[in-house]
Write a protein that binds this ligand. Structure first.
Ligand SMILES: Nc1nc2c(ncn2[C@@H]2O[C@H](COP(=O)(O)OP(=O)(O)O)[C@@H](O)[C@H]2O)c(=O)[nH]1
Ligand SMILES: [Mg+2]
Length: 299
């Protein structure tokens, strides 16, 4: 990989009429992996549905993959206009499976858009520019196959670029091992998407390693010039305590190291806490959908 800087755009510069004209026959799916997101998922789905599906047909479908939620995530999302699928119903031959990446892989299977965007379901200040911003480069720039959102995250009163795992782990690891991706502002952003023709060619890490793994794999396969990033403004979501960030950070590191050299760490790893508690980190992967017979043979 080279150190070419990645094409950068600003969400607000993509005017809705221009996007609708550029969309023409292209179909667009917005997918949300969700587990226990009752407080936020409804407003996100309703905003996309009311303004971009029934409002102007820029988005063709909203798919929520609900993973064993214990709250009303599924009902709320469905009432707001999403097609809601339970993770265990999709590709049941692969088992029940948990994890953000597993849900994303299943949403790619269950959706039909030529362009597929993912959004986290815990965003508290969601607005349509999250979707239109990501769509801009994909609809207006044919050379772009994958687009990553970035944003500013107010944390403890300051508007730093945010993300402790991003600042202290993800970007340092990219700089050291994948320098061509060093200028990606938010490699762990959950708001990103791409052309199905590219996404169906790469495997999906099942857990939280999925975001960095997709970035590395798409850059490796299609080149850094096929990537774009978009400034989505401020993003506010649930902030986790440090003890929950350690397993996530381990999963991110595991995915990146395994892409540098699969022998370095196991896909079945453990984070050992000082008091001796062991947290298992499942870094296993689902195959590229093009290698899944029921996807290849779909009608
Ligand atoms: N379906 C499903 N969604 C998940 C799972 N884990 C996380 N998510 C969703 O993925 C998105 C990002 O997860 P989150 O925990 O907020 O990650 P963070 O922002 O990196 O802390 C949210 O919409 C979650 O509900 C899972 O196991 N299954
Ligand atoms: Mg979150």
């Amino acid at each position: 990989m080279t150190t070419t800087s990645i094409s950068t755009f600003v969400a607000d510069t993509f005017d809705l009429d221009r996007l609708i004209a550029a969309k023409a026959d292209t179909t667009v799916s917005v997918c949300l992996p969700a587990r226990n997101e009752e407080p936020t998922v409804g407003a996100i789905v309703a905003t996309i549905h009311d303004r971009l599906v029934s409002g102007c047909a820029l988005v063709d479908e909203i798919v929520v993959v609900d993973d064993h939620s214990e709250d009303r995530t599924a009902d709320v999302a469905s009432e707001a206009g999403a097609k809601v699928l339970r993770a265990e119903e999709i590709l049941p031959e692969y088992g029940e499976g948990h994890g953000k990446g597993e849900a994303m892989w299943k949403s790619l299977f269950a959706s039909s858009g030529d362009v597929v965007l993912w959004c986290d379901a815990d965003i508290r200040n969601f607005d349509v520019h999250f979707v239109t911003g990501l769509l801009g480069p994909l609809l207006l720039h044919p050379e772009v196959v994958f687009v990553k959102g970035f944003y500013h995250r107010p944390l403890e009163g300051s508007t730093d670029r945010g993300g402790r795992v991003t600042e202290l782990l993800a970007r340092p690891v990219l700089s050291l091992l994948f320098p061509g991706l060093a200028t990606v502002v938010q490699p762990l952003a959950g708001e990103y998407g791409g052309r199905r023709s590219a996404l169906e060619q790469v495997p999906f890490v099942r857990g939280y390693g999925v975001d960095i793994a997709l970035l590395i794999d798409i850059a490796d396969r299609f080149g850094v010039q096929a990537l774009a990033q978009v400034d989505l403004g401020v993003r506010i979501h649930r902030n986790r305590p440090l003890d929950e960030l350690s397993p996530q950070a381990t999963a991110v590191l595991q995915a990146a190291l395994r892409r540098a050299d699969p022998e370095l760490v196991s896909a079945c790893a453990a984070l050992v806490r000082p008091e001796g508690t062991v947290v298992h980190i499942d870094g296993s992967e689902r195959p590229a959908l093009l290698d899944v017979p029921s996807y290849r043979n779909r009608p």
